[in-house]
Ligand binder design. Structure first.
Ligand SMILES: Cc1ncc(COP(=O)(O)O)c(C=O)c1O
Length: 394
């Protein structure tokens, strides 16, 4: 990409061009057919931070690809603790922190050691499909906790939630905060209600905070930091991969507050969890320690885009409902009023040549919706909506 700098867009985010994107080997642009605009999986169209690519270049130049000397832990642990402290005011306990390969792996391994097949698990719906699928694959019946679209954003009805949990027999709650696909940033009151239910019914809380760096409205509060006791039943997991657009590096972090999960993991065969690659750790540490100037610039473009999308939808896609997300670069569009004969994702793909994520994959509350990834340039975002509008006219 030629990223000629100008004042409002120092990294050239609005200058990414289609041919550069289409030539990329990653799944987002490579998997869709030729000519299709990719706005599905949660990768951004922007090249990652220069400090990350520089650190990986230096790593490659040193050509030391042997086992890294991470005793007792990798530098990712320190970078995580430091970032949680400075950005979110939370002091993780260093001895509870370990590096892993993926966030989803943490969710699965936590459920594996702290619940049994057949134990119901609560998840806020509609939900990021892999989290939903995990419950199905692991035979943990879903307890869907519905988020509500209100006139001001998304919300959890805390009273209904308390009743749902009380009657569900749930043994654990998987919390995605900020939430995918709604972009909801759980408020302190909502988190306290979740903590209260967890204490009352002795539940494990697995808090996936991977989108915590991409918050436009409200404040991200690490669940484990809510009060002095909740950490003891919480597993917190995150990574630099969503905010810094490096999902392929496969490195994540977990803070295992729950003794049950810590003990369960200690009893597992040593290598089941695996460790991330040295390159993944290198990239993630660079992101968290040096990448904030880049992230600040990305946030400006994403903030512009989430509102631009509202304007575009209002003028070009009447009938589609969109609540501007408080976090993430994902837009959750309600297309039910369009009364389409087919899944809207299929209509937009077949007639508009745009690849979106189908709402039907997101479980309860998902049918009739699509998820649009708006982490792209202004001109591509406009074209995405133009093509969606053309699909509806066709
Ligand atoms: C809420 C959430 N959790 C987890 C992931 C994926 O994390 P990982 O690739 O580390 O498993 C994503 C990816 O989009 C996500 O949105």
């Amino acid at each position: 990409m030629s990223a000629a700098a100008w004042p409002d867009d120092p990294y050239g985010f609005d200058r990414i061009d289609r041919s550069w994107l289409e030539a990329r080997p990653g799944a987002k642009w490579h998997r869709p057919a030729d000519g299709v605009l990719a706005a599905w999986v949660a990768d951004m169209d922007f090249p990652t931070a220069d400090v990350i690519t520089d650190s990986l270049h230096r790593f490659a130049d040193a050509a030391d690809f042997g086992y890294p000397d991470w005793n007792p832990g990798s530098p990712l642990r320190d970078a995580f603790c430091e970032r949680m402290q400075t950005k979110f005011g939370w002091d993780p306990k260093p001895s509870y922190v370990r590096e892993t390969c993926e966030v989803l792996q943490v969710i699965e391994l936590s459920l594996m050691v702290a619940t049994n097949p057949g134990d119901p698990v609560a998840l806020f719906c509609p939900s990021y499909p892999p989290a939903l699928n995990t419950l199905g694959q692991m035979n943990r019946p879903l307890v869907p906790i519905m988020l509500d679209r209100t006139s001001t954003g998304w919300a959890l009805d805390t009273e209904r939630f308390a009743n749902d949990i009380a009657s569900s027999g749930a043994r654990a709650i998987v919390l995605l905060n900020p939430h995918n696909p709604t972009g909801h940033v759980f408020t302190r009151i909502e988190l306290l209600a979740i903590a209260e239910a967890a204490e009352r019914h002795d539940l494990l809380v697995i808090s996936d905070e991977i989108h915590a760096d991409i918050v436009f409205e409200g404040t991200h509060m690490p669940f484990a930091a809510l009060n002095d006791t909740i950490v003891d039943r919480t597993v917190t997991t995150t990574s630099a991969t969503k905010a810094f657009n490096i999902a392929g590096v496969r490195a994540a972090v977990v803070h295992v507050g729950s003794a049950k999960v810590r003990d369960g993991w200690n009893a597992l065969p040593t290598h089941l969890m695996g460790v991330p690659s040295a390159m993944g750790v290198e990239a993630s540490v660079a992101a968290w320690t040096l990448g904030d100037h880049w992230l600040d610039a990305v946030m400006v473009v994403l903030d512009r885009n989430r509102h631009l999308l509202a304007d575009l939808i209002a003028t070009k896609l009447p009938g589609v409902q969109y609540t501007v997300p408080a976090a993430t670069y994902l837009a959750w569009l309600d297309c039910r009023a369009l009364n389409l004969d087919e899944d809207p994702k299929q209509v937009f793909l077949d007639k508009g040549q745009v690849e979106l994520s189908p709402g039907s994959d997101f479980g309860p509350g998902g049918v009739g919706h699509v998820r649009v990834n708006f982490a792209t340039s202004e001109s591509i975002l406009v074209e995405i909506v133009d093509r969606m509008a053309a699909a509806l006219r066709a």
